[in-house]
Design a binder for this molecule. Structure first.
Ligand code: FAD
Length: 427
């Protein structure tokens, strides 16, 4: 059975590793000269920066991605170090060392800034909504009704801005609760040794060792059909026959590969729905310093910053991601769809935040990267993902346009790939 995969991002590589191990003949076509999509490293001034991700795996060594990597035999070391996350908040007059401006709270103490009444409500809601999570509104709307406090808004925007590159007003409440549930189940983030490339390289080894092939600089430009099934993909004008096609390029781009005159039931609706999804956008600012700016391997959430949602410093876990004696710190900020045409201003505000957060510390801005449209943070905003199936029975979509429920970023990709593999391997 021959499977062709379009795109060598994490979704494509995970699918290829799983299917090549199961005995399928696998061929990947990747339009770029490099493998890994938004989950690989770029060597820049001796630093291992990345094409997208912040070298972080949301649920570390216990989550769905780690489980899937183990299942396919990929040799990746994912390290979770304490503290996994801290929250920077301003000092108040109650703090003895008030003059220093801010202090860091452990993530598990995020309830501390709530009023006593809201703390009690929170405990009640966490316990009572587990079986029957709320639905039909955004997380922000739900919070406004149930736990109205400035802190609720700040901490949820900072957390979802970091984790999903979305504002809490754009996260459906059911998805937010599924994410919170998964945080309790799998725990917080970890860093893969070697960064993103540590993961994608390990998958490439599995694929090639099992007879799979990866073609780079090879863009898929269309499909051939027989009745309602794809029979081949077109690359450089040549047809490559396949029994199954898996697309890692998102639903809208996959729909674009299908000629409009192709007569397939449900296609118009599929194209309309997939094109209505707005990819989540963001800005990453990479910093270099001689001394650590954060000093631990977790996430620093910054709910009082103007734009920056969170920051990590991966060299506290894997020093090989920077030249000897240097640290690599990366700040992430969500860019709301309303601000997408104002990226320069968004970057300015992010840089101002960093000056504030690291005031008195020495650092250099290495690189500023922005992500939107067809190179976004997530192809589909979390909670709005379409399934892996398309109206074409042997054409599937994986990746961050088809994440599984409650899956943050690459954890969602792994859940989506698992769902897709169930459809293919257990028909
Ligand atoms: C700033 C930023 C920070 C992030 N931080 C994290 C993080 O710390 N942790 C985390 O878990 N996630 C993070 N993410 C998200 C994560 O990087 C992505 O969700 C993930 O890498 C997407 O993988 P994918 O397989 O869905 O798609 P992609 O990586 O985009 O792969 C798709 C591939 O398909 C190729 N392609 C496209 N069209 C064609 C075609 N026609 N023919 C052939 N090939 C084609 C593309 O070139 C690409 O290589 C971050 C993303 C960004 C942008």
């Amino acid at each position: 059975m021959k499977v062709i995969i379009i795109g060598s991002g994490l979704g494509g590589l995970l699918s290829a590793a799983k299917l090549s191990k199961a005995g399928y003949e696998v061929e990947i076509f990747e339009r770029l000269p490099i493998i890994g999509g938004r989950f690989t490293n770029i060597l820049y001034q001796g630093f291992q920066l990345s094409t997208g991700a912040l070298h972080m795996i949301p649920h570390g060594p216990a989550g769905p991605l780690s489980q899937l990597l183990k299942e396919v035999g990929a040799d990746v070391d994912i390290i979770r170090k304490k503290p996994v996350s801290v929250i920077r908040i301003p000092r108040t007059k109650k703090d003895t060392d008030y003059k220093f401006g801010h202090k860091d709270l452990l993530f598990e103490d995020f309830k501390v800034p709530f009023s006593i009444l809201n703390r009690l409500k929170l405990i009640y809601y966490i316990a009572s909504t587990r079986k029957n999570p709320p639905t039909g509104q955004s997380f922000e709307e739900w919070c406004r009704k149930h736990i109205p406090q400035d802190w609720t808004h700040r901490i949820s925007d900072s957390f979802f801005g970091w984790a999903l590159s979305l504002k809490s007003a754009d996260v459906p409440v059911e998805e937010a609760f599924a994410i919170i549930e998964n945080l309790y189940r799998f725990g917080g983030p970890g860093i893969p040794m070697g960064g993103c490339k540590g993961v994608t390289d390990a998958l490439v080894d599995i694929i090639t060792n099992n007879g799979g092939t990866i073609h780079t600089s090879s863009e898929v430009t269309g499909f051939e059909f027989n009745n309602d099934r794809v029979t081949a993909v077109i690359v450089d004008g040549n047809e490559h026959a396949a029994d199954i096609v898996i697309s890692d390029i998102g639903h809208p781009a996959t729909a674009n590969l299908i000629r409009p005159e192709t007569d397939i039931s449900g296609m118009d609706e599929y194209t309309r729905t997939s094109k209505s999804l707005k990819p989540s956008a963001g800005i990453k600012i990479c910093l270099s310093s001689d001394k650590p700016l954060i000093g631990h391997g977790g996430v620093l959430l910054t709910p009082y910053a103007k734009r920056v949602n969170g920051i990590n410093e991966v060299t506290n876990v894997d020093p090989s991601l920077a030249p000897v004696g240097k640290h690599l710190t990366m700040a992430h900020q969500c860019v709301h769809w309303n601000n997408i045409d104002n990226l320069d201003r968004e970057i300015e505000l992010g840089l101002e935040d960093l000056k504030d957060i690291f005031s008195g510390k020495k650092y250099e801005v290495l690189l500023i990267q922005s992500y939107s449209n067809d190179w976004p943070v997530n192809r589909s905003p979390s909670g709005a993902d379409l399934q892996n199936r398309t109206p074409i029975p042997n054409l599937y979509v994986v990746g961050d346009g088809a994440k599984g429920k409650g899956g943050i970023e690459v954890e969602g990709i792994a859940l989506g790939v698992k769902n897709c593999m169930q459809e293919i391997l257990i028909p």
